[in-house]
Design a protein around this ligand. Structure first.
Ligand code: MN
Length: 258
């Protein structure tokens, strides 16, 4: 029997994880392990200085476990308690995770954690639109369709899929690369009622219209599928860096100064 571990960063009570888990039930046995409260933008953090609790619960008719930790904690505990599944799927996140923004994403990190265990892993996020109601249906369908393919073909070791679904009914699928998804005005400074300054991380995303990138695919109403590598080494630029650092590297051979 195919086993699928489902997690997220919006927390176990998010409608997104429920829609995802229910859609994946047709592909195998689904186990939900997710944070007990929202952990968005926690990235790949893990909890190492306090104990974690793993508590049985139910979402809909599904067996689930809630963890007082991060998305990565959830995947690690799920694997530790039930053995490695055939697939890890994280989401459906409320809001897109595209461009360089993936480095902040807890949704993507849960899939990264699965990838660390050599389990094929997928992160799924839904782009929201102000005037449209939040509908996880098309994203759940896309997640099931993609999961089916990944269960059949697997993924290269160290590679995960970052999937973003446009609002409404997608026109189809596109395989893309990460856009340069930055935020304008991302640190707001204001004054609280006590007269003290506070800061709020926010901002509007800057468009990146290039064809073949995740931003454009979503804008054109396609499901964007981006393969991501855990190995962030820039192999292409490694020789340049080696050249620029050559004096420092050479210094190692010199006798240590007493
Ligand atoms: Mn989130």
């Amino acid at each position: 029997m195919t086993r699928i571990l489902v997690s997220n960063d919006d927390g176990i009570w998010s409608p997104g994880i429920r829609a995802l888990a229910e859609a994946l039930e047709e592909l195998g046995e689904v186990l939900v392990v997710a944070p007990d409260v929202e952990q968005s933008a926690m990235s790949h953090a893990i909890t190492i200085r306090r104990p974690l609790r793993y508590r049985k619960t139910k979402i809909g008719g599904l067996n689930a476990y809630r963890v007082d930790g991060t998305p990565a904690d959830c995947v690690a505990l799920g694997v530790a308690n039930h053995g490695p599944p055939d697939l890890v799927v994280s989401g459906i996140n409320i809001g897109s995770n595209i461009g360089f923004n993936v480095t902040h994403s807890g949704t993507v990190a849960a899939a990264m954690e699965g990838t660390l265990y050599k389990i094929p892993s997928i992160a799924v996020s839904l782009r929201l639109k102000r005037d449209l109601p939040m509908d996880f249906g098309p994203a759940a369908d896309a997640a099931a369709a993609l999961s089916k393919v990944v269960l059949r073909d697997g993924l290269p070791e160290g590679t995960l899929l970052n999937v973003n679904v446009p609002p409404g009914q997608p026109k189809g699928y596109r395989v893309t690369r990460l856009s340069v998804h930055q935020y304008q005005g991302s640190v707001l400074r204001r004054v609280d009622p006590e007269g003290e300054e506070y800061y709020w991380m926010t901002g509007d995303p800057v468009a990146d219209e290039r064809d073949g990138y995740d931003w454009a695919a979503i804008e054109q109403e396609y499901v964007s599928i981006t393969p991501l590598k855990l190995d962030l080494t820039d192999l292409q630029r490694l020789p340049d860096v080696e050249k620029s650092m050559r004096e420092l590297v050479a210094r190692e051979a010199a006798p240590a100064r007493g």
